[in-house]
Design a protein around this ligand. Structure first.
Ligand SMILES: *Cc1c(COP(=O)(O)O)cnc(C)c1O
Length: 427
């Protein structure tokens, strides 16, 4: 556990320069690292010594930033990946293979849904999607003997469903499997899933962590608390020898703290190779320094936007957990007492056509397939990020056809509200 508050860790965790060293983590832009003898390098290949030899496996710049994100979440180990998609894929594929099963909340990001329901299904991994508001009985009924994990998003993109973390963690643990949570929208500044029983956290660092729409990236953080050895037969990948490393058993060699991330690094990253560039990690680190300041401003501005829209005659509905009458208001107060995120969703009266007219009228906010960066942007998910989903799947994911996702930036709130006002006047 860090001795500092999270805003201090956003600046200092992961990298403390020694006497005369650079104040910022250097960008080690090198594919490879030189050794005096093949014997020395061989030890690294056999996981008998730790050190750098090839950036696909590990790089010093990437590692400093991973260590920072690890500290922010209060985890035991972390790794960075080239995208949020890779992070969610690796987190699940590190535990499940052909013939296995995962329980997932139905209210998740469209890209993740597609990864699970289409691509990973083709790999022989089956997913059962549950209504996040299901009863404990319904949730327990979704498990099978071959279930290997439970997955959900702390705040779902774009439905803004706030997950009942304790309910999902309890069900997962009752069935001897970990809860994996995508904490992208809340960020560790607003929500710390490990404190509520979650075991593994994933991120699309592309969003608030980078915060400036500069780099696509992902992260996985392990709490180090899930006891793989207590459920040995469920997780053979962690508890039995890996022949591709001369029979190393991850849970034994690297302990509960290191087993999950070490396996995902030396096995999955080695074979699948979704490594972020050191330069991108450097940029991510710059973004992380101001994450607490930005989250505060995003939340303040989003609150003002939600309140403005709620009182507007041309708006059909507004959803934002900061609104006292919001479905998730109480739950958000419990899990995210300092605020949720800067994304507000709403419907314009007149449905899809009115939404398109409204969006075209915006001058400050840009239409972008992005969310959660410093500049306000807006998207109509049903015709973009979620267009591969059927109406029934959209409904299950909490995405209505008229839903507008408004990602409130950190501009002056008066300018954001004025932009909304003039665009709504044109509808
Ligand atoms: C964007 C997003 C992802 C995918 O991340 P990429 O960095 O775009 O690959 C995953 N989960 C959530 C919640 C997201 O918002």
């Amino acid at each position: 556990m860090s001795e500092y508050q999270i805003s201090t860790d956003c600046l200092h965790a992961g990298y403390r320069p020694a006497n005369g060293e650079p104040r910022n983590p250097p960008i080690v832009q090198s594919t490879t690292f030189r050794y005096e003898s093949s014997e020395e390098m061989g030890k690294l290949f056999d996981l008998e010594a730790s050190g750098y030899f090839y950036t696909r496996l590990q790089n010093p710049t990437n590692d400093t930033v991973a260590a920072k994100i690890c500290a922010l979440e209060g985890g035991s180990a972390a790794m960075l990946l080239s995208s949020g998609q890779a992070a969610n894929f690796y987190a699940i594929f590190n535990l499940a293979s052909c013939g296995d099963h995962i329980v997932a909340s139905a209210s998740i990001y469209g890209g993740t849904y597609n990864l699970f329901a289409v691509t990973m299904k083709r790999m022989g991994i089956e997913f059962t999607f549950v209504d996040p508001e299901c009863s404990e009985e319904e949730l327990n009924a979704a498990f099978r003997p071959n279930t290997k994990a439970v997955f959900g998003e702390s705040i779902a993109n774009p439905a803004l469903t706030v997950l009942d973390i304790e309910k999902f963690a309890k069900a997962a643990h009752a069935h001897g499997v970990p809860l994996i949570m995508d904490n992208t929208f809340a960020t560790p500044v607003n929500c710390r899933p490990f404190e509520w029983g979650c075991d593994i956290v994933t991120h699309s660092t592309t969003k608030y962590m980078d915060g400036h729409a500069l780099t696509v990236g992902g992260a996985i953080v392990d709490s180090g608390k899930f006891d793989w050895t207590a459920h040995k037969d469920k997780f053979p990948g962690l508890t039995t020898p890996d022949e591709s490393y001369h029979g190393v058993t991850y849970a034994e060699r690297f302990g509960l703290e290191g087993a999950f991330i070490t396996k995902a690094t030396v096995q999955l990253m080695r074979d699948l190779g979704s490594i972020p560039s050191p330069h991108n990690c450097f940029l991510l680190n710059v973004g992380l320094e101001t994450l607490p300041l930005r989250m505060k401003k995003h939340c303040e501005n989003a609150q003002a936007v939600a309140e403005y829209l709620q009182g507007h005659e041309k708006i059909a509905w507004v959803q934002y957990a900061g609104l006292p009458n919001d479905t998730y208001h109480e739950r958000a107060k419990k899990y995210m007492p300092n605020g949720t995120c800067g994304v507000v969703i709403f419907g314009v009266k007149g449905g899809r056509a009115a939404a398109e007219k409204f969006m075209a009228g915006l001058k400050l906010a840009s239409i972008a397939t992005h969310v959660a960066d410093a500049k306000t942007c807006v998207l109509h998910p049903a015709s973009s990020t979620h267009r591969q989903m059927s109406d029934a799947e959209l409904a299950a994911a909490g995405v209505s056809p008229d839903l507008v996702r408004f990602s409130v930036g950190i501009e002056d709130i008066a300018d954001i509200l004025a932009d909304l006002k003039q665009a709504l006047e044109r509808v």
